[in-house]
Design a protein around this ligand. Sequence first.
Ligand SMILES: C[S@@+](CC[C@H](N)C(=O)[O-])C[C@H]1O[C@@H](n2cnc3c(N)ncnc32)[C@H](O)[C@@H]1O
Length: 428
Amino acid sequence: MKIDILTLFPEMFAPLEHSIIKRARNAGIVEINIINIRDYATDKHQTTDERLYGGGSGMVMKPEPLFAAVSACQQGDHPRIIITAPAGKTYNQTAAQELSQEGHLIIVCGHYEGIDQRFIDKCATDIFSLGDFVMTGGETAAIAITDSVVRLLPGALGDDMAAVEESFTTGLLEYPQYTRPPVWQGCEVPPVLQGGNHAQIAKWRRRQSLKTTYHNRPDLLQTASLTTEDIAYLGQLRQAEEQPFRLHAGLLHYPVYNKKKQVITTSLTNLDLHDIARAATTYALSSYYLIQPIDSQRELMATLLAHWQTGFGARYNPDREQALSIVQILPQLEDAIADIEKRYGNRPRIIVTGANLDQKITSYQAMRRLMAHEGGDYLLLFGTGYGLTKEITDMADFRLCPIYGRAGYNHLSVRSAAAIIFDRLLGE
Ligand SMILES: C[S@@+](CC[C@H](N)C(=O)[O-])C[C@H]1O[C@@H](n2cnc3c(N)ncnc32)[C@H](O)[C@@H]1O
């Protein structure tokens, strides 16, 4: 394999002159050329960067020297031309494996504010980012890409198996490794590894891989190939580690905004009473509070409830009676909080929802993980009218992302929003 690295700072590539990469170069497994882009600048000052069009601070790398340098490297073949940039796709082991199958790579290191887009559009076959952070230049990224590709080339590691069992190659992270001494500072190497029973060692390692992946990169489990035994083990892990938590819902009729952003009290909506209670029961919420300060409104709600709980409705439709049994009608939000404290001994943490929340947003996935990890009680508040007031969203512990569908339209009824959010937080 040949790897040409185009850079403005050739002296930054010492890491590729040591250890395994050095051996692979010496053994003729890979040829690595560090090319100074400045050598391809044609003006008297060897200019390689210019000010940004459209304003803004910083310099951008000019397309001509880059194009001339790439053309000089190409020599009639069709190499992969890789740009490193935070805006690229995240580089990973699958990409490393794919690149290791190629005969020729050209890696272009950006610097300053980046590279003129016309060069990227014309030449790049791949744009890779190392992760969600910004470095001063692409040199470190080029070293990382080169290192990860070269060690996959046949013969580079000496023992080809070493690369087969590593993190990511099996779709999971690697299991922990130990070496001598068997006991160090009172900590023993797990006995199974000292025993020599290969089947048991393989089982232990697989389980450790699953455990590390479950904790550090649960996203990988979605695409890893898992056996039924793996899935059962992950289920056990989840059960052993999840803390019991309870989710409660509250529908606020006060304080909420009207269309003009004035603080008002809204009146009862029968559909919100029934539909949110049914969704809450389906998803095993522990309570559904209707919060309404106006006495006559609460009485009306109570009359409706009584119809379905003890009146004709209860005999006519027992399922509805079950759903409505979690409903409580209370005058103030503080009453709902106090009720949870009295029943379960915990002050609930408040989660708010809304179409236009903008500060310190929590994703549904993060909220789901946090509840399972920390346990306890959570009160999920929904607003009627034009939504919860700032006073309520400011006092909340968590603000969930607004729900986005596919269109710009986001005017869901509170019933629909509640059902979607219950599913995101508690659905299978
Ligand atoms: C200061 S950065 C440019 C950042 C760019 N203006 C942006 O906001 O996306 C300069 C160069 O560093 C390299 N670089 C910085 N962060 C990187 C990352 N996370 N992955 C890959 N390359 C990166 C790229 O080559 C980039 O052109």
